[in-house]
Structures are given as structure tokens and as C-alpha cells.
Design a protein around this ligand. Sequence first.
Ligand code: CP
Ligand code: NVA
Length: 339
Amino acid sequence: MNHFFGKSFLKENDFSAKELNFLIDFALHLKKLKEQNISHQYLAGKNIALLFEKASTRTRSAFTVASTDLGAHPEFLGKNDIQFGNKESVADTAVVLGSMFDGIEFRGFSQETVTELAAKSGVPVWNGLTDDWHPTQMIADFMTLKEYFNKLKGLTLTYVGDGRNNMANSLLMTGAILGVNIHIGSPVSLQPSKKVQNLAFEQAKKSGATLLITDDVQKAVENADALYTDVWVSMGEDVDYDERIKLLLPYQINSELLKKTGKEDTIILHCLPAFHDKKTTIGKKLAEQYELEALEITDEVFKSNNSVVFQEAANRMHAIKSIMAATLGHPFVPEEYFD
Ligand code: CP
Ligand code: NVA
């Protein structure tokens, strides 16, 4: 039996600790199958729509390769390629896509859009990032932690930087569900909303995770097994860079901050893309304008032995494969993963 069958994957809070653990463990299993060249075409003959309102490298590539490895056909539908949003409503698009495709990935702005797609399409919908949540990234991130530490419960992950964005929300919520202690180090004006905090603290009561949300960056990073950051301005945000950079510079991941964890083996995570050098158009412009070598993370730490950012990025594909296979085709989930 597979109780994931036909479900959408819209946000972390819709799933129990056991269910999220299954998706993580199944992703680790699928990674081994891929490494050993063992076929796993659970979605043979299926068609998958990849609907993108925002840009993407990892999520788009991961969904494309995962679909193909699973025996399905992926079709990319960019915001300028289809009528969506301009001439056609979300509801009508959902009905049409649902009548032709077996599953739909959506990346875009509003969480309501992905929720409506799921409600109206009649097929599983997977959230490839909205302004609020980035749940497929979570399966890859916690899978990476498990690969490295061989456990999840009791670990401490500190996220520093913009604590109000999709990544901060998702890390806080996923850690709270799974029993991973989450520290958020952010200026008060950029801390998670009360609504997100309340949901996370409710989950933490059940899992035993310790949650700490503070503007004291030193306190936030103490004892961290993993340090995590993200861009200071997210896709689609219209903010004053001057103010944002001033606010977030004390929260940059650099070698000094890394030392403050008090641990030798703290690992570094970042969902990517990252402004760690001046080799991107935006990074170069910002770095020169503000006389900085890097923004949220220094190049030294990004490239250090502690950094697992590219392993984490590669794991996106296995994680997405796990989510698609579980909700659309894989026939069996062991009972230990049921509530
Ligand atoms: N981490 C992540 O979602 O990357 P992309 O924006 O490239 O998909
Ligand atoms: N917070 C970032 C995440 C990118 C994967 C954004 O939304 O742009």
C-alpha cells in the first residue's frame, strides 16, 4: 500500500514526521539505484508538466532528469510560452493540464496558485517554490544532513540572513516536524512571521525540536552542526538593496562566524544560487556598488571543505524523484512510515 498515492506536495506542514522521513529515505535509496545503474521506471508512460513563473536551474533540471529516469515525459511550460496568467485563469489552466498530464510541477509567486492548481487539476501537484515555501528543497536538504551525520533528530541547523523568505519558513517548519533544532539568526524586521512561528512551535512540541529565533547572530550559531544561508533578496522581491545589505551584513557566513559555532565539523549549506564572488552580473554590480567581495557567504567558506552545497544541489534530483514516484507511481510504502 502507498498512502502518498494521488497526493500533492504543496507545503511541509501537510506531512507527518514519518512521511517526510519516508521521502528522505526513499530519495537516499533512489540515489543508490541511480549510482548502480539499476532501472527504476515507476512512472513509465506518464506525462509531467513543468510550469515555471520564475527562473530556475536546479529545480527545472531536477524535475526534467527525475521524470526521464522514472520513465516519464517532462514538458517545460514557461510563463511566456502558455496563456497562463495572461489570457487564462489558474482554474482553467489547471483543468486543461490535468486532463492531459499525470502530474504538474509549479514554481511561482503565490502559494494560492499552487493550492488552486492542486484543487482543480485532479492530479498530483508539486510545489517547486513559491514566495512562502520551498518543500522539494527540504527533502534534499535533510537528505544531505542525513547522508553526512547518519541521523537527523537532535542535530542543530542554524539559518542566518533573511528569515522571512521561503527558505527560512521551510527550514523552520521541516526541522520542527522532524525534531531537528532550528536556530534562525536574523534582524527583528526579517524574522519569520508570527503565523509561521506559531505553526512551527506547535510542531516542535510534538517532535521535541528546540527552535530559537534571535537577532543575536553569535547565539544563533553556537553549537550548530550545519550553517545555512540564502540570498538576501529573493526572486520577485522589490526592496531597497541599501537597507537590506546594511541589515544583513552582520549575518554573512564568513570564516569568523563559522568559528563561532565552537565546532570543528560544522557543515555549510545553501540552496543556491549564491552571491559568493563577483562572477555573476548581479553579484558583480552589487559587490562593486557596496565594495563587498561577496554578499551572504564569502567565497572562502563557500569553497571550504565544510561546504556541501554542490552535494546538496545534486540531491535535489533524487529528492524530487522520491516525491514524484511516491505520489504518482511507486506501489509500496513500508508500514513503519505510517502514523
Ligand atoms: N535551489 C533552487 O531552487 O535553485 P533554482 O532556483 O535554480 O531552481
Ligand atoms: N529565497 C530564494 C530561494 C531560491 C532557491 C528565492 O526565492 O529567490
